[in-house]
Write a protein that binds this ligand. Structure first.
Ligand SMILES: Cc1cc2nc3c(=O)[nH]c(=O)nc-3n(C[C@H](O)[C@H](O)[C@H](O)COP(=O)(O)OP(=O)(O)OC[C@H]3O[C@@H](n4cnc5c(N)ncnc54)[C@H](O)[C@@H]3O)c2cc1C
Length: 390
């Protein structure tokens, strides 16, 4: 190990100052205020990773009970956010309206609503007639039914990121920008630290919270992390005239199309039909997708025909094959922790993931996590096999 440019050695190194890395730092300090932590971030500024492009949806309607549970565990964080951090994150419970145009999806939606209700999650069912009465801007006759999760919400990811950053900084965490981790250093089956563009840092505990870069980083220690990055394209548009600014987030489950009202009420974010693009880190906008996309938009909401397309941006998010995260200590490498594969849920689940990882790092286990999400259990048994609809 090159010790020439040695930096102070903290109790925990966290790689990545995205929502996950900072949530882990926050939850570690809540458990142990004396723990010394350094967060290493390759970029110059906060929010240049996935978190900066995240649209800020929070939902409880998942077919997977494990994902519903992560949402439930995160709920108090968002409800108490303003009291704890003394800044707003523009949290607003507008609901997600999940729409089914096929019998199989409608049946899955009803099933999920039933399960969610048993867990105390409020979800309302809408028949075709109810939908047409309550949401007249939807394509008449297209949907067999829909569900509205009353707790499903929006919040501002950047506001949460900055609040976490300020909170951990005030409590002594070093967040070092423009310091890229280039290699995970190991000795036998234990972690030793990391090599960075500014020298070597040693620590018995290193957390990989590098988002879409996680698999590449793990590979420098010979660890295979089964996550892949995918580009997602978001269309910023003017509001369709008949969709009120307080409308819920609308998702057409057959096409994947979603409509998300921005906090200002003046613009909307549209997206969701590019789920079958190939994995990769390319962030360039693919204009060839636009025609099919706007056709899908008009199939859901006919007045989308007259909206103004203002701009498009892309973001990268990382996924596992089953859309569930990989959490906890890597079995082959003591002291190396994964917080990866957050898919399209990393913002809403960041509070739960932060707490679970803090427990794992400080206590060696967490009562709050189903063991199937843990690195070791998950991959020794094979990936989750349930067919996820959403
Ligand atoms: C378009 C889009 C919309 C989304 N919408 C939602 C949504 O509505 N709700 C939701 O919950 N989730 C959503 N997501 C997913 C969510 O954004 C992510 O799951 C979440 O931001 C992941 O956070 P992270 O901290 O793991 O990753 P990031 O925010 O990417 O943070 C990782 C950080 O690690 C840094 N890094 C990487 N490699 C290194 C290295 N070698 N050394 C040092 N630093 C490094 C990166 O620069 C980055 O800052 C969306 C994602 C996209 C792309």
């Amino acid at each position: 190990m090159n010790q020439n440019s040695k930096q102070p050695n903290p109790d925990v190194i966290i790689i990545g100052a995205g929502i996950i890395g900072l949530s882990i730092a926050y939850h570690i300090l809540k458990l142990d205020p004396q723990c010394s932590i350094i967060v290493l971030e390759k970029e110059k500024l906060l929010g240049l990773g996935s978190t900066g492009t995240c649209t800020g949806g929070i939902r409880y309607q998942f077919t997977s009970p494990l994902l519903r549970n992560l949402s439930l565990q995160s709920r108090d964080f968002f409800l108490n956010f303003e009291t704890v951090f003394d800044v707003p994150c523009w949290y607003r419970e507008r609901g997600y309206l999940m729409l089914a145009s096929q019998e199989s999806i409608w049946s899955e939606l009803k099933n999920t609503a039933e399960q969610a209700k048993i867990e105390g999650i409020p979800v309302n069912l809408f028949s075709q007639a109810d939908l047409e009465k309550n949401f007249p801007y939807l394509q008449q006759g297209r949907y067999l039914g829909g569900t509205l999760g009353k707790w499903d919400a929006y919040a501002d990811p950047y506001a949460v990121l900055v609040a976490l950053y300020a909170w951990v900084r005030r409590r002594g965490v070093t967040v070092s920008f423009e310091q890229e981790v280039t290699k995970i250093i190991t000795q036998g089956d234990s972690i030793q630290g990391v090599e960075t563009t500014k020298g070597t840092i040693c620590s018995p505990k290193v957390v990989n919270a590098s988002g879409p870069f996680a698999a590449g980083l793990a590979a420098t220690a010979g660890i295979k992390l089964p996550v892949q990055p995918f580009r997602r394209q978001v269309y910023v548009c003017t509001n369709p005239k008949d969709v009120p600014p307080a409308a819920p987030l609308i998702v057409d489950l057959a096409s994947g199309f979603y409509l998300h009202q921005e906090a200002s009420g003046k613009t909307i974010l549209l997206g969701g039909t590019d789920n079958d693009t190939r994995p990769g880190m390319k962030e360039t906008i693919d204009k060839s997708l636009a025609e099919d996309f706007f056709l899908a938009a008009m199939e859901a909401i006919p007045s989308a025909l007259n909206i103004k397309w203002l701009r498009t941006y892309t973001g990268i998010r990382e996924q596992t094959g089953d859309f569930h995260p990989i959490l906890g200590e890597v079995p082959e490498l003591r002291g190396f922790f994964a917080a990866s594969g957050l898919s399209g849920h990393g913002f809403m689940h960041a509070p739960a993931i932060g707490r679970i990882l803090a427990d794992q790092i400080l206590k060696g286990s967490s009562a709050e996590v189903d063991s199937v999400l843990l690195f070791s259990k998950r991959f020794s048994r094979g990936s989750l096999s349930e067919a996820l609809v959403f």
